[in-house]
Design a protein around this ligand. Structure first.
Ligand code: GRF
Length: 208
């Protein structure tokens, strides 16, 4: 797909948000709850939830909230349009102004990153630039934090660029790492911080 950014209005009022999820979607739920509670003050609205996994529980959360859902699987061959191109197509058609990766496992690339530069944010469960990059996902992040003997960890919301976890940092929230922590208990503590950070970042982006 060839899209000229200047030909599309990506900043409408309210800003339309598309949330990308691959799993449980507890951060999606935090965003859904925030909108219901008026945290976005009418300046932003979740207009779609997309998953690259048909069984992602996040899709169920969206359905329960009456939000349209989309399932787009990663391309199986080079002849199919890429997942990123299909997301771009959907986002542009629906006048999406902000794309939020809330536990989305596929990597975004190509025109999507260019057209939506500065309008895609990702949530990562560590204090980037520490414990980011290839392979640093889920449990692996927390195990690496514990193995390194860190005394604090946390989460980061950052802009998405063409690298992995390399975009401009928008928000970080810290949590302590306790001597008794397992990767599970640390993950749980970070999850609570994430639910606050992702909403803060959404508010920051829609007010820009
Ligand atoms: C979060 O820990 C986030 O940092 C990572 O994926 C996880 C998603 O959790 N990118 P949930 O599906 O929102 O519960």
């Amino acid at each position: 797909m060839r899209v000229q950014p200047e030909r599309f209005v990506l900043s409408e009022n309210p800003v339309k948000m598309l949330i990308l999820v691959s799993g449980n979607g507890s951060n999606l739920q935090a965003l859904i709850d925030a909108e219901k509670q008026g945290v976005f003050e009418g300046a932003g609205t979740i207009t779609g939830v997309l998953s690259d996994r048909p069984c992602a529980y996040g899709l169920e959360r969206a359905r329960l909230a009456g939000i349209p859902v989309y399932i787009e699987l990663p391309a199986k061959s080079g002849t199919e349009p890429s997942l990123s191109d299909r997301i771009l197509d959907l986002a542009v058609k629906n006048h999406v102004g902000l794309i939020i990766l809330a536990g989305f496992l596929s990597l975004l690339r190509g025109d999507l990153i260019k057209v939506y530069a500065g309008k895609i944010i990702n949530l990562h469960p560590s204090l980037l630039p520490k414990f980011g990059g290839k392979g640093m996902m889920g449990e692996a992040v927390h195990q690496a934090v514990l193995a390194a003997g860190e005394t604090e960890s946390g989460c980061t919301v950052h802009l998405v660029d063409s690298g992995i976890d390399t975009g401009t940092i928008l928000i970080q929230r810290k949590v302590p790492v306790l001597p008794s922590d397992s990767s599970r208990s640390l993950a749980d503590r970070i999850h609570h911080a994430e639910h606050i950070a992702i909403v803060e970042a959404a508010v920051m982006m829609i007010r820009r």
